[in-house]
Design a protein around this ligand. Sequence first.
Ligand code: FRU
Length: 567
Amino acid sequence: MKITKISLLFLALSLSALSGIAQTVRHLGDGNNIVTVDGKEPLLMLPIQEDAPEARVIIVKDFNPVQTLYVRLAQSRTDYMMPLDLYKAYGIKNQREAKTQNYSIKILGVQTDAICWKNLHTASTYDNKNHEKYRPEYHFTPAYGWMNDPNGMFYKDGTWHLFYQYNPYGSMWGNMHWGHASSTDLIHWNQHSIAVEPDAWGAAFSGSCAIDHDNTAGFGKDAVIGFYTSAGERQTQSLIYSTDGGENFHKYEGNPVITSDQPDFRDPNFFWHEPTQRWIMLLAVGQELQFFSSKDLKDWKKESSFGHINEFDAPTLAAGYGNHSGVWECPDMFELKFKNEKTKKEESKWVLICNINPGGPNGGSATQYFIGQFDGHKFICEDEPEETKWMDYGKDHYATVSFSGAPNDRHSVIAWMSNWQYANNVPTMQYRSGNSIVRDPFLYQANGETYLGSRPATEYDEKGLDQVVKIKGSSTITLSNDEGEEFVIIYDQKEMTLTIDRSKSGETAFSPDFAVPIVAPVHKKLTSLRFFIDRCSVELFGNNGEVVMTNLAFPKSTFNKIEVSKN
Ligand code: FRU
């Protein structure tokens, strides 16, 4: 039966009071509701209350559920509005087509007296201009909604592509999509439309992209290939491809391509291994990394695993490496050349990156790495198993992975600038979370060991974004603003540590884990500190990247003074 507007009016228990909006809500009791909207305007504006539970918003097409969104619909207070693109959800091309029908949405888990029923309305545009005082000036943030891990980054024809874990229906984690942005200078980012949406196999969790130069998968020469974790009842790996440079992705019909009986089985990171002429993929599986190989990106064979402590792995070389206080996530791997200080010869080593949450050196999430060799089958770590090396000792540096195909053999990385301890509670609303600046990892030696440093990408040189201070022995470096808020860094040359105190840096009360001391070991005497200070972050590069600390801070105004005093 086709429901006409007149019969809807008849049935309606409430009709939106907002002018010109044909939208009816029928409350069926016990939190069950049916919303019917006409197609005059493309957006349904959803009122969000961040501490409300997630309601189920079910898109219904021809009386069948086609998509479920989890939305914190406002119960007693509206924090902000988020747009739901009806035309996109219903596959409508234009307003003429849209006008011919009504759209039904089933909403479960919201009682009749919830405030959202008053504020729900349709709109033709969404104002996504910046309304937030903490929004960074030059760090990437989504226009609105939630962001976590950077995903699938690649460089092609002069453009850096960034994808990211994205919730377009609220500024807290949920409904994982891949958002997409691109940049030619790593400072200004263009927002693109969503690249990957959740489907019946699950939400679109983290993954990676690479260019298939030799058409090994058969999607075309230079097709952009991506892998992400379909996180449903189980975690499996799905293949996507783009034949227009990453603008539009198609899901491979044979998905999922890699499955496992392990509950945590995610974050595929893959690259072409020239010596063995195969693709290698890393997956984070509980507390180990697994290596797979493939000739055609569709059939994958398990090669080896690294890092786990259990009976099964105990006899292997790879037993029990690194930190195991949390779940291993978002792996990456690349080979870096460096000049051996002793032999003065150029050598190369492989760096295995493994993000972990919790277990970071200063609490919560962080990026550990291992140095060693990789022969296309197995990673052999040169570090002692009990030693854990961290890429960045700040509290807000996570899910670090590299761009595929960066120019001049670079393995440029970007990190999500937050920590799972408080990521959902930082004091922003219209959007939540930004990324670090892009950095170029390098190897350096100190005390007979090899460490991974990361220096700001050269794209930031001479752009006036950074400040450098010289360091001569133990010192206190204070960043401050006109309001007297302070971000304090103490360099102790005797202990060889850098300690950060952000307890007076502005808003801190949103989490007890925020204002704790943050400590980093320093492997080589500090001679300089390079700062990248933005609206709500301080990235600090000791000796231009030998020791790195990335931290958020929420001051009333951007820190605009740096004072150095000798201790
Ligand atoms: C890391 C992570 C990944 C996962 C994604 C989900 O922050 O937990 O392991 O793929 O976030 O959003």
